[in-house]
Design a protein around this ligand. Structure first.
Ligand code: SF4
Ligand code: SF4
Length: 184
């Protein structure tokens, strides 16, 4: 999908309505960015994301890596003098980015999420060995974390056998309902 780099006047209102947060009252003090533990890896700092939303620069915001790297740790919210819950804004931006067909700026994120959800659907709870194997193959990081396997096995932190749980159909039903809600 091709996206033009233009300002969208209604974008600010839409993000505010969906997140319940008043992005417009951000006065760019930068306290959120100064405390963000993931800031070193982001392409836009949290305060810059807020400014771009204020300006309606939808394409720049929805295609940035920051919205996929935010760890939802809430540090920014506790530091913000305007009491803006930036995490809620980031959630909305991620949803919009995905729903509107912007390619994820961090390709591993959707691979991780899909591997995780697929694993839950199949086994009812996380089967770590299969999850890591699937993620590593799909992401191309074939040997990632393999060096930790012997220690985890010896400490019974990892099982080679899949978990057995009751009520797996109910877990699948919950995931299905959440997916339907997200599509809307
Ligand atoms: S801390 Fe709050 S007011 Fe300051 S830049 Fe961040 S979001 Fe804006
Ligand atoms: S919630 Fe996201 S943006 Fe806020 S401090 Fe944590 S990682 Fe940074």
């Amino acid at each position: 999908m091709v996206h033009n780099k233009i300002s969208s006047p209604s974008f600010l209102e839409e993000v505010e309505a969906e997140s319940g947060e008043k992005v417009r009252i951000c006065y760019q003090c930068g306290k959120c960015s100064a405390g963000c533990p993931v800031g070193y890896a982001m392409d836009l700092l949290p305060n810059q994301v807020m400014r771009l939303v204020q300006l309606g620069l939808k394409d720049e915001v929805l295609s940035c890596a920051t919205i996929w790297l935010c760890a939802s740790c809430e540090t920014c919210a506790t530091r913000c003098p305007r009491e803006i819950e930036i995490v809620k804004v980031m959630d909305v931006l991620r949803r919009r980015s995905s729903a509107e067909g912007y390619p994820s700026a961090v390709r591993e994120v959707p691979i991780f999420v899909n591997s995780f959800i697929g694993n839950l659907k199949r086994f009812g709870r996380l089967y770590e060995a299969a999850f890591v194997g699937t993620y590593n193959i799909l992401s191309g990081h074939l040997t990632k974390d393999f060096d930790k396997v012997p220690a985890m096995l010896s400490k019974h932190k990892l099982s080679l056998l899949p978990p057995r749980i009751k009520g797996i159909s109910r877990i699948r039903e919950i995931i299905k309902r959440v997916e339907e809600i997200e599509k809307k």
